[in-house]
Write a protein that binds this ligand. Structure first.
Ligand code: SF4
Length: 690
């Protein structure tokens, strides 16, 4: 079929934070010129139209009757949920109800979900799966700069860089169109990739550093040491724009590259080479992602990389900088509008009296009625059904059975609930456990805004009608709020009306959307927040004159290397690390339902060095047991010569006994409450072995 211009509805991909521009005609995808993707799409984007026609689509609410989920009307389902919430709160208090959101929800949904929790339920127990995503980078960025925006510059700026240090990121698989922005650095011999695995991204680097998992912080200290020792620090920048270098140097002075080599396995000469390459580049970027962030020391590790970037004089310099590549589709916006346990809209702290006053005024409630901070995502899941924890949970846009760490324990906790309600468009593994399942619309069937990894607000326009029987998440929240006694006008159902309220709630906050309107977005304006007025052009480049701390200076943050929370030992001698593959997205609830993608990668596998596999009695293609202290995963063996012999890798997109998160360690970062997804101790054995 030829797509003509009048058929095409401009929109954005339903998956990752690049939010590639695409057009839809019915359910047919066509690429669209947009700066982030330059007209390119990955396999996930090309096949995204199939999500809209999946035969596994839910079109009626389901209510549990014994072991079965049976169809119900919307009134029956919502009445039941509201009645059970009221009963449970009457018996156990407001915090007996938990709400779990997602980093793929639109800004409007994220906003209304947080408001629903704080106002309609009056619970403090609300958090979201973004806590598992980039919370360590957010915590470190806030400490260093006073404000965290994934990329505080337009993505296309990276295209002019002759050197890029990419840490714990594999965009060649996770967001392939991003690679076009690295072309100049690759051609100039300036791409350095830090990753324990030789990924498709690392293959394109001029220098690949493969530290032992969990030792990135030491590596950052070693490179900083080399920078100082070679007299390559930008001393003028450090003096004018920062504070705290001396305290950081007092630690880094002990981390000379040869010592770092013994811990990380990265050659001292390579550490010095990176320092020199970055310091002599005309334009350079330091970019972090999940590989370096998802650790129990994740926020300190990101602080160490930011310290390096500051010593190089990169943040806030035109054409250079530090940034975090967010992962989920609305990984940026999802954390700004109040679905996070410690935040209110506008990226405001929930314990700030002025913030509470402002948001309560917009919501038309008494500031004293707003709950305080609640539990972070894993702590919330861990507390479900306990004596002091929530007795019921409502889940929107998340599939925690597959995506949360220590998955078998999380399933136990979900089973102990008096009420589990899941809103989703298919029967995800979490929805299959629910007492009530609410079928909702998906990306192209509704309008809403997203904020991509560069802080640019995007309008994802409705392109097709949803199937009969489904409702939007906004309608679900509004319907429940009314049944819980809230006035209808307090929970609007039209996305543009919710956005108008979000703008007011964000006004004056760090993430100020007050000047963003649907009309400006429809007109194609490139609006990067903050946008503090409708005549304001937005802020594509932040920190050029000053950082967001009161004195305008960035902070060096002194941090010490402390290694993984669970070191290997004789019983569990290997390190398991997890990640994504090109064909799948997050828990796989969407991509496993697309034939082209699931046929390409149908099952979990474990990448193992051939020597390690041989020692474990495993041949290529065998099923292996990967066993940790928390559980075991059945995975197909792939012998990969470039793997570190001490490390195995599993993608985390698969359900049931193939869940990589059956293994992972929920040890939490003290600042961000990020679990240590990227390192746990395991052993391997043949499927029938011990
Ligand atoms: Fe682009 Fe990410 Fe969608 Fe792939 S998954 S098309 S990289 S937005």
């Amino acid at each position: 079929m030829t797509l003509t211009a009048e058929h095409l509805v401009p929109t954005h991909c339903p998956y990752c934070a690049l939010q590639c521009g695409m057009s839809l005609s019915g359910t047919t995808v066509a690429p669209r010129e947009f700066p982030a993707n330059g007209g390119g799409l990955c396999q996930k984007g090309w096949t995204a139209g199939s999500l809209l026609t999946t035969p596994q689509r839910l079109t009626t609410p389901l209510v549990r009757s014994g072991a079965e989920l049976v169809p119900a009307t919307w009134d029956e389902a919502l009445d039941l949920v509201a009645r059970r919430i009221t009963e449970i709160q009457a018996g156990h208090g407001r915090d007996a109800i938990a709400v779990f959101g997602g980093g793929g929800l639109t800004n409007e949904k994220s906003y209304l979900l947080g408001k629903f929790a704080r106002v309609a339920l009056g619970t403090s127990q609300v958090d979201y799966n973004g806590r598992f995503c980039m919370s360590s980078a957010a915590a470190a960025g806030t400490k260093a700069f006073g404000l965290d925006r994934g990329l505080p510059f337009p993505l296309t700026d990276i295209g002019d860089a002759d050197a890029v240090l990419l840490i714990g990121s594999n965009p060649a698989e996770t967001m392939p169109p991003f690679m076009q922005h690295l072309r100049k650095a690759i051609d100039a011999g300036g791409l350095v990739v830090v990753d324990p695995r030789r990924t498709p991204t690392a293959e394109q680097a001029s220098l690949h550093l493969a530290p032992a998992p969990g030792t990135d912080l030491a590596l950052a200290l070693g490179i900083l040491h080399a920078l100082v020792a070679e007299n390559l620090v930008d001393r003028d920048y450090v003096a004018r724009r920062t504070r705290g270098f001396e305290a950081v140097w007092r630690i880094a002075v002990r981390w000379w590259p040869e010592r770092v080599e013994r811990i990380t396995g990265v050659a001292a000469a390579d550490q010095r080479r990176v320092a020199s390459l970055l310091a002599t580049a005309r334009n350079a970027y330091v970019l972090t992602a999940r590989g370096t962030e998802q650790h129990a020391s994740g926020s300190d590790t990101v602080s160490a990389w930011i310290n390096l970037a500051l010593a190089l004089g990169l943040p806030g310099r035109a054409g250079s900088g530090y940034g975090c590549l967010t992962g989920q589709g609305n990984g940026q916006g999802g954390r700004e509008h109040g679905q996070k346990a410690d935040q209110l809209p506008g990226y405001r702290r929930i314990d700030d009296p002025a913030a509470r006053e402002h948001v309560a005024r917009v919501w038309g409630v008494d500031p004293a009625s707003l709950p305080g901070p609640g539990r972070s995502a894993y702590e919330l899941l861990d507390a479900l059904g306990t004596a002091t924890g929530p007795k019921a949970m409502l889940v929107f846009g998340s599939n925690v059975v597959v995506s949360a760490p220590r998955s078998a324990h999380v399933v136990q906790r979900l089973r102990s609930l008096d009420l589990l309600v899941v809103a989703d468009f298919v029967l995800s593994e979490t929805a299959a456990m629910a007492d009530v399942v609410l079928p909702v619309t998906q990306w192209a069937e509704e309008s809403g805004t997203m904020t991509n990894l560069e802080g640019r607000v995007l309008l994802r326009q409705k392109a097709i009608d949803p199937p009969d029987g489904v409702r939007t998440d906004l309608e679900v929240l509004s319907g429940l709020a009314r049944r819980l006694g809230q006035p209808a006008q307090r929970f609007p159902v039209r996305a543009e009306a919710v956005f108008a309220e979000l703008r007011e709630a964000s006004r004056g906050g760090l993430a100020d959307y007050s000047g963003v309107t649907y009309d400006r977005l429809r007109d194609g304006e490139a609006l990067h927040w903050p946008v503090p007025g409708t005549d304001h052009p937005g802020t594509p480049r932040m920190f050029l004159d000053s950082f967001a701390h009161p004195d305008g200076r960035a902070r060096f943050v002194p941090v010490e290397h402390r290694g993984p929370a669970e070191p290997v030992d004789d019983e569990f001698p290997l390190i398991a690390t997890t990640g994504r593959v090109l064909q799948h997205y997050q828990s796989g609830a969407q991509t496993r339902r697309i034939a082209e993608l699931s046929e390409a990668v149908p099952e979990v596998y474990v990448e193992v060095h051939p020597d390690t596999a041989a020692r474990s009695g495993l041949a290529d293609g065998d099923w292996a047991r990967v066993i940790s202290r928390r559980g075991e995963t059945a995975a197909r063996v792939r012998r990969v010569a470039s793997m570190r012999p001490d490390t195995v890798f599993l993608p985390f997109h698969f359900p049931g006994a193939q869940r990589a998160n059956l293994l992972t360690n929920p040890a939490l970062d003290p600042a961000s409450r990020m679990p240590e997804f990227k390192v746990c101790a395991v052993r391997l054995s043949p499927k029938d072995g011990a």
